[in-house]
Structures are given as structure tokens and as C-alpha cells.
Design a protein around this ligand. Structure first.
Ligand code: ADP
Ligand code: MG
Length: 592
């Protein structure tokens, strides 16, 4: 072939490969255009996973009739004139590629009337070729209908996933934009059935209730933080919603980030959020979050990705830190007892488990008759009575309650404590709960600088590898401040001279405890050192599964757990308790 210039249509089709990957990309670009046009109401409709039809209607500015055709030309935009404009862009679009790309791989009809004009216009393109253009009566605003997407690019068509999957992608785009723009009314119709509609009230909470449902909203906490500019650190605002530690997912897909109103994907920032949950949720679980980051436009380079799905920050570390701080502080605050938390516990039983997870526990080892015969069922259950709950005696910790008062009923399978509270039944994992208690006590004592070492007369010796020994030696002071006094006793060998008062005196695996500590200290970041030490000590000294407890021991665990700052999880993120509300019990027994 001789060298020739490609036609505009072919160029657009090639570009479409980058901008329009799937039906959901069309939806995204059209919603962005509607938002840029200042729409306050946006209707989105899709049929057959968007492949048959996508329609986005808005009540925005509309397009002047003499600009309708040029809007479909490549690199035609009203949003940018010179490259310098990129530095203070306030619109979502700027590349002038979306309409031409979409039109080149579909049959597109656009009806629009600019708000200052009397008569509107309609234009139709098929595979990028102009089919017709005519004046038409229309309300102010724009309606774009995209039919038969990829009809002329069979390779693309083949790459589409199942209709159900494409529907999910579209749904997630519309709901995410609805959340990022609570002041805009979004209505989403799928196969001619309305899936959701938001009110445009401006309240993110309203949108979340509409889009995700009231149940999920109840398990969300509001993030709202604003950091002022200092030195070269820009002003950064973070706001939105993130899930309580009780509500998690098996992957990161439910973490959504917007930067200056633009939906972006950023693995580092996603990691910042995941990390903020450390010790609150298990390491293989992920939160659900919708978070908006706002910062001055010149702090972000939006022009690094054809679909504008990635951005580059001038100060990425500041953004990372601000986001992580905002989320972490919100989670910690949510775990503190307060008026609101308390009300939630009493009325709404926020720590609910789904039927599924409860059932799996039943199958696990709830063989009640066997347990009763073996005599570990310590007390019979009678009506819950707050008076019989463990009293807050004089030696009770001064910390405020984080759980309602629980009454111990007994132990199951030498693993779980059964307790009753004002709102149903609780199953407590004795090992996870005790680990949490020791962990928090160790940290509290460490911070208070209390004398918390119990001397040991005949200390156990602990042999380590040279690498392990080096690490332990480096942190001996911190370890001692936590109550574990190790003294060098030979090459790579230590002797235990003292143990923390916070742990039982009969721990059996001190050797593995120190080894594990060395291992986690080796990997720990500076900020994680103290927590790693406490975690290792707590994990190896807590009551184990399989240990039969008497009623006094169980009460002691429950009484302390009720006042832990984060009573719902062990430091490694495992759940400490399962709550089965009266309602759930009634449902299990088909009483309601
Ligand atoms: P970009 O958004 O990057 O400018 P597009 O190809 O998406 O490029 O759109 C081209 C131009 O068409 C926009 O700059 C805008 O002037 C106009 N336009 C597109 N959609 C709309 C709409 N819904 N309302 C008003 N104007 C629109
Ligand atoms: Mg655009």
C-alpha cells in the first residue's frame, strides 16, 4: 500500500478504541458532557446492556444550531482553547474526542436546543457519516441516542462481556456519578424499567439511600475533612462515605474515588483507603467507599489518559496522606462510644450478620445437646435482665462502654462465649476477643509509660536466627516498654526477664511469640512498630480456642471487651463477635 492520510472517520474509529471501550464508556462520556453543560437533571436509559441503545437526556445549555455538526468533528471542543487551559480546567471534558468517537462506531442521533435559541436541531450519523441534519422543535437541553454500538467494528463487539456484566458496568457508572453530584437529579432506566432516581437535593446521604439502599447507608459513616494549605502542601478536602468495619467486600471494586468531580482509578489512593482500615477489618476484606477529593485544579494533571480515568498529582504523597488520615480518623471516631453509636446499638443492632454467615456458623459446631452433656453450658438462659449483667464494679475500667451490657450464658465448643444483650444474642470468639483486650491494654500501658513488667525469676531462653536477633535487639527498648523484658544471653539468644502484667503468667509459646515479632517487625513501617509488638504479644498470650473457661473467666473477658475502643475485631481484623438480633432469631424460627 502507498502511504496516504487516513480519513477522519477511520481516525475516529481508531481513537474510539481508546476512549470507548464498552457501552459504559459511552454512558460516562455522555454524562460528563451533560454535567459540563450545567444540567440539573440527567436521564440515562440503556437497553440490552447498552449495546442496543444508550440515551442520555439533559436540561443543560444545549448546543447552538450552527455548532451541532462541528461538535462531532474530531478534537472539536468548546472547553479548551490553548494547552495552558489544562492547568485550570473546570470541566470534565476537554479533548473533544467523545462525540466523534462514539458517532464513528454507532448510529447516533442528537437532538438539542440551545437555551438562547428558539428552534432546535437534530442530527444523525451512522458509522461517523452524516445521514441527516434538520431543524426541529425541542425543549432546551440535549438528548443523545446511541444505537447499535460497535455495529461496524466487529472486533470490539466480540470483546464485550455478557449483557448482565455490561449492565452492571453501566449501573455502576450512573450510580457513581449520581453520588459525586448529589445536586443533580439522576434517573436511570434499564430496559425501560426505572432502576433508581435521585432527588437532586444536594445531600449525598439522600443519594446513597436511593442508590445503595437504606441498609447499606446505615452501615456507612460520613467522611468530611479539610486540610489547609501549609508550605507547599495544597489545600485538600476529602468527603463522602465509607463503610463501618462490619460491612466489607471480597474485592476493591466498591471503592470509588472522585478527584475534582471526576471519577478516577488510582491503585495507590485505593490502597490508602484499604490501609486506613488496618486492624479493623481482615486483610483480605475491603471496605465500600465513595470519596471525593477536591484540590486546586493546578495540583492535578488530568491529561494522562484518553478516557480521563487516571490523573497525576503534583504532590501525590500529600494527597495519599490526606485521604488516609481522613478515612482512618473517621473509622476510629466511629468506634468510639458516643450518643449516636449507643442509640444505634440499642435500636438498630448495627452489628448484624447476614443469614448466610450465621448459618455457616451453625454448621460449624453448634451442636448444643453435645455441649450441654459435656457440661460446658454453664448457666441456663433466662429472660435478659440488665441487673444480672456484669456490674461496673469499682475495678471496672474507666473507659466508656462500646458494647451494651452483656450477660454470659455459657460456652460452646470450648471456643465461643454465648451471651445475651438487650437486643438479642451474641456469640463471642474467645480468642479473638481476648486478643483485642490484651492488645488495647498493652498499647494503653505503653502510652501511659506505666510500670507494666512482672519480673520472671527463672526466665526462658530464646534462640533466634542472627537476622531475627538483630531486629529484636534493635527494638529491645520498645519491646521492654510494652512489658516484655528481653536480655541478651549469648549470640542470637535472649532470656526473658519480665513479662507484661497485662498477659496471663502461663504463656506457653514465648519462643514463637518472639520469632513472630521479629518477622513482623522486619516488615513493619515505622508507624507500625508499636502495633506489631503489641499484636505479637497479644496473639500469643490470649486465651486459645479449645480452652474451657469457667463463668468467671468468661465474664472477665466480656466485661473488658465491652469497653475496648474497637470491640468488634481482633487486631488482625478477625471478627470478635456475631450478633443475632431478636428479629433475626424470629426469622430463623419463622415467627415473622
Ligand atoms: P469535550 O467534552 O471533550 O469537549 P465531546 O466530544 O464530548 O468533547 O463534545 C464536544 C462538544 O460538544 C463539547 O465541547 C460541547 O461544546 C458540546 N456538547 C457535547 N455534549 C453536550 C451536551 N450534552 N450539552 C451541551 N453541549 C454539549
Ligand atoms: Mg465530553
Amino acid at each position: 500500500m502507498s502511504i496516504e492520510h487516513l480519513s477522519d472517520v477511520v481516525i475516529s474509529q481508531i481513537a474510539a478504541g481508546e476512549v470507548i471501550e464498552r457501552p459504559a464508556s459511552v454512558v460516562k462520556e455522555l454524562i460528563e458532557n451533560a454535567l459540563d453543560a450545567g444540567a440539573t437533571t440527567i436521564h440515562v436509559a440503556s437497553e440490552r446492556g447498552g449495546q442496543r441503545l444508550i440515551r442520555v437526556s439533559d436540561n443543560g445549555s444545549g448546543i447552538p444550531s450552527d455548532e451541532v455538526e462541528v461538535a462531532f468533528a474530531r478534537h472539536a471542543t468548546s472547553k479548551l482553547r490553548v494547552a495552558e487551559d489544562l492547568n485550570h480546567l473546570l470541566t470534565l471534558g476537554f479533548r473533544g474526542e467523545a462525540l466523534s468517537s462514539i458517532a464513528s462506531v454507532s448510529r447516533t442521533t442528537l437532538t438539542t436546543r440551545h437555551r438562547d435559541e428558539q428552534i432546535g436541531s437534530e442530527i444523525r450519523l451512522e458509522g461517523g457519516a452524516l445521514i441527516r441534519q434538520q431543524p426541529i422543535g425541542a425543549p432546551a437541553g440535549t438528548v443523545i441516542t446511541v444505537e447499535d454500538l460497535f455495529f461496524n467494528t466487529p472486533a470490539r463487539l466480540k470483546f464485550l462481556k455478557t449483557e448482565a456484566t455490561e449492565k452492571r458496568y453501566i449501573n455502576s457508572i450512573v450510580s457513581r456519578y449520581a453520588m459525586a453530584y448529589p445536586a443533580v437529579r439522576f434517573v436511570y432506566e434499564q430496559d425501560r424499567r426505572e432502576l433508581f432516581g435521585t432527588t437532586g437535593s444536594g445531600q449525598l446521604a439522600d443519594v446513597i439511600v436511593k442508590v445503595m439502599g437504606i441498609e447499606q447507608f446505615k452501615q456507612s459513616i460520613e467522611v468530611s475533612s479539610s486540610e489547609k494549605a501549609i508550605d507547599n502542601r495544597p489545600e485538600i478536602q476529602v468527603f463522602g462515605y465509607t463503610s463501618l468495619p462490619e460491612l466489607t467486600r471480597g474485592d476493591r471494586t466498591q471503592i470509588t474515588l472522585f478527584v475534582n468531580g471526576r471519577w478516577i482509578q488510582d491503585t495507590r489512593l485505593t490502597y490508602a483507603i484499604v490501609q486506613a482500615y488496618q486492624t479493623f477489618i481482615p486483610s483480605n476484606r475491603y471496605p465500600i467507599a465513595v470519596l471525593m477529593i477536591d484540590l486546586p485544579p493546578d495540583e492535578v494533571d488530568v491529561n494522562v489518559h484518553p478516557a480521563k480515568a487516571e490523573v497525576r498529582f503534583r504532590h501525590p504523597d500529600h494527597v495519599f496522606a490526606a485521604l488516609q488520615r481522613a478515612v482512618r480518623e473517621t473509622i476510629i471516631a466511629s468506634q468510639q462510644p458516643g450518643e449516636q453509636r449507643f442509640r444505634k446499638y440499642d435500636e438498630e443492632n448495627i452489628v448484624q450478620v447476614s443469614r448466610g454467615s450465621w448459618n455457616s456458623h451453625i454448621q460449624l459446631d453448634l451442636n448444643l445437646s453435645e455441649v450441654q452433656n459435656s457440661g460446658t453450658m454453664v448457666e441456663k438462659s433466662d429472660q435478659f435482665n440488665a441487673d444480672t449483667a456484669i456490674p461496673d464494679g469499682p475495678d471496672a475500667p474507666h473507659r466508656p462502654r462500646t458494647l451494651p451490657p452483656l450477660r454470659v450464658i455459657g460456652q460452646i465448643g470450648a471456643m465461643y462465649i454465648v451471651a445475651e444483650g438487650p437486643a438479642g444474642m451474641y456469640l463471642i470468639d474467645q480468642n479473638a476477643a481476648h486478643t483485642r483486650i490484651i492488645y488495647e491494654t498493652l498499647l494503653e500501658q505503653y502510652e501511659a509509660g506505666q510500670d507494666n513488667i512482672r519480673q520472671v525469676s527463672t526466665g526462658e531462653t530464646i534462640e533466634l536466627t542472627t537476622d531475627e536477633a538483630k531486629i529484636v535487639e534493635q527494638y529491645t527498648d520498645d519491646i521492654a516498654r510494652m512489658g516484655l523484658k528481653l536480655e541478651i544471653f549469648g549470640p542470637a539468644t535472649f532470656i526473658i526477664r519480665g513479662l507484661p502484667t497485662a498477659i496471663p503468667d502461663n504463656i506457653s509459646s514465648s519462643h514463637r511469640m518472639v520469632q513472630d515479632m521479629a518477622k513482623s517487625l522486619d516488615k513493619a513501617k515505622t508507624s507500625e512498630i508499636i502495633a506489631s509488638i503489641a499484636n505479637a504479644i497479644a496473639s500469643y498470650s490470649a486465651t486459645k480456642a479449645g480452652q474451657i473457661l469457667d463463668i468467671g473467666q468468661m465474664r472477665e473477658i466480656i466485661r473488658k471487651l465491652e469497653r475496648c475502643a474497637s470491640p468488634h475485631t481482633a487486631p488482625d481484623g478477625r471478627a470478635t463477635l456475631i450478633h443475632l438480633s431478636g428479629d433475626q432469631l424470629a426469622r430463623e424460627f419463622a415467627r415473622s
